[in-house]
Ligand binder design. Structure first.
Ligand code: SF4
Length: 426
């Protein structure tokens, strides 16, 4: 095998063995229903039916913002007092709602029944409901279920639960192929597809697909790259089906994107000159675009509250490519195998925390006095009112940030709030 050129310096070990502060107190996070907001845009013929309460419906509506649809692709079947009191047969009502929906909407090819706290409290078995309804609607509509419940989860786990539910549906194949796992904006997906083509890597499949009928095949010759860092269950299920995970940092920033592509290039035996020819100019262009943001961000400090599970890759990007100082990097869960390549690139001595005890973490944040704080919506307003500049972590999940062409956009998500703050105090 030809060696793939290493155009990124090797890591010195960074935080691979660093101690992690584990916290198990009160948490401030959104639940997994939030994932529906980006998943319904990605799988264009799928429908997400939340079986939940008015609170769930409000959460979805406010997370989605104001949207006007000709035909919506998510909704909430409200569990009301009669259901909660056991006075109505919730299963019969659910069957009625689903039947009405699918009769009215022939465009729906895949239906997800999404569990919530209320459906779990009344022990409504959505996997049996999906099985039962599938008997009536297969093959026209594939009906699956997963939980978006807020109990002990964070909002990006909704995507993990959704994709994990899809893994058993993937067709079997022995063909050697690359699967990119994790919902990406279409524009980013197209850029990566072109890059893999130029590298001679293929066939390449993206999971989730844009159409429910285009589920990628999986088998012992499938190699997969994670495009998102919050897909532990999905990755485990793919491995159970024989696929091999290609360990790499995540494709954030010029460096992360290069190392991510490099992991695939090595596995698919792309030779060094070809890799350098394809990737080199794009990496250099991204690095040039980042330079003006570095002027603004270098030497400034950032504090991450645990929220999106993107925290560690973002911290690596901000520290290595933009010269920012890391005061604390909190993550809801630390999946060591998936994060190994990222941890190795973090500066030694970085404070890492897993889980949350929000009051204690707020105390640490206030005493660190960082220039910018990355946190959920619930903490952003009070911190802003105290004069702290914040970045909503959820925005980093909604925005296309992966790949070379988005590296400067990602940096701008941090320069913008700082510039705004500087204007306010000027
Ligand atoms: S699933 Fe639970 S946490 Fe999420 S909106 Fe519904 S009630 Fe709230």
């Amino acid at each position: 095998m030809n060696a793939v050129i290493d155009i990124v310096p090797a890591a010195a070990g960074g935080c691979s063995d660093a101690p992690v502060l584990k916290e198990r107190g009160q948490r401030e996070v959104f639940c997994g229903l939030t994932g529906i907001i980006w998943l319904h845009r990605k799988i264009q013929d799928a429908f997400f039916l939340v079986v939940g309460s008015r609170t769930c419906a409000h959460l979805l509506q406010s997370a989605a913002g104001v949207m006007i649809f000709a035909e919506p692709r998510f909704a909430t079947a409200i569990i009301d007092d009669r259901d909660l009191a056991g006075l109505a047969d919730a299963n019969a009502e659910l069957d009625r709602v689903v039947t009405r929906l699918l009769e009215r909407r022939p465009d729906i090819k895949m239906l997800f029944l999404v569990g919530s706290c209320p459906s779990e409290v009344i022990k409504l078995d959505l996997s049996r409901a999906a099985e039962r309804l599938s008997k009536s609607f297969t093959p026209r509509v594939r009906i699956l279920n997963y939980s978006g419940s807020g109990i002990e989860t964070t909002f990006t786990q909704g995507e993990d639960a959704c994709l994990a539910a899809l893994v058993p549906e993937l067709p079997v194949s022995d063909e050697r192929s690359l699967m990119v796992v994790g919902a990406l904006a279409d524009v980013v997906e197209d850029q990566f597809r072109r890059l893999f083509d130029e590298l001679g890597i293929g066939p390449v499949h993206f999971f989730p697909p844009r159409k429910s009928g285009e589920l990628p095949p999986v088998g012992a010759n499938t190699k997969f790259l994670l495009a998102q860092p919050f897909l532990a269950d999905t990755a485990r299920r793919l491995e159970e089906r024989g696929a091999e995970h290609l360990a790499a940092p995540f494709p954030l920033g010029a460096e992360g994107t290069t190392l991510w592509l490099q992991a695939a290039a090595r596995k698919f035996k792309v030779d060094a000159p070809r890799f350098a020819t394809v990737v080199g100019p794009k990496r250099e262009r991204a690095a040039r675009a980042l330079a003006r943001h570095r002027t603004m961000l270098e030497g400034r400090s950032v504090f991450f509250f645990p929220d999106s599970q993107l925290e560690i890759p973002l911290a690596r990007f901000l520290s290595r490519e933009l010269g920012m100082g890391l005061t604390e990097v909190g993550t809801p869960y630390l999946h060591r195998p998936h994060m190994a390549a990222e941890l190795a690139l973090l500066p030694a001595g970085t404070t890492l925390s897993e889980g949350q005890d929000v009051e204690r973490q707020l105390d640490r944040c206030r005493s660190a006095r960082p220039d910018i704080v990355v946190c959920g919506l619930g903490l952003a307003n009070p911190l802003e009112s105290e004069g702290t500049t914040t970045k909503w972590s959820i925005e980093l999940v909604f925005t296309p940030i992966q790949g070379y062409d988005q590296a400067a956009d990602l940096a701008e998500l941090f320069t913008r709030p700082l510039t705004r703050r500087l204007k306010l105090v000027a």
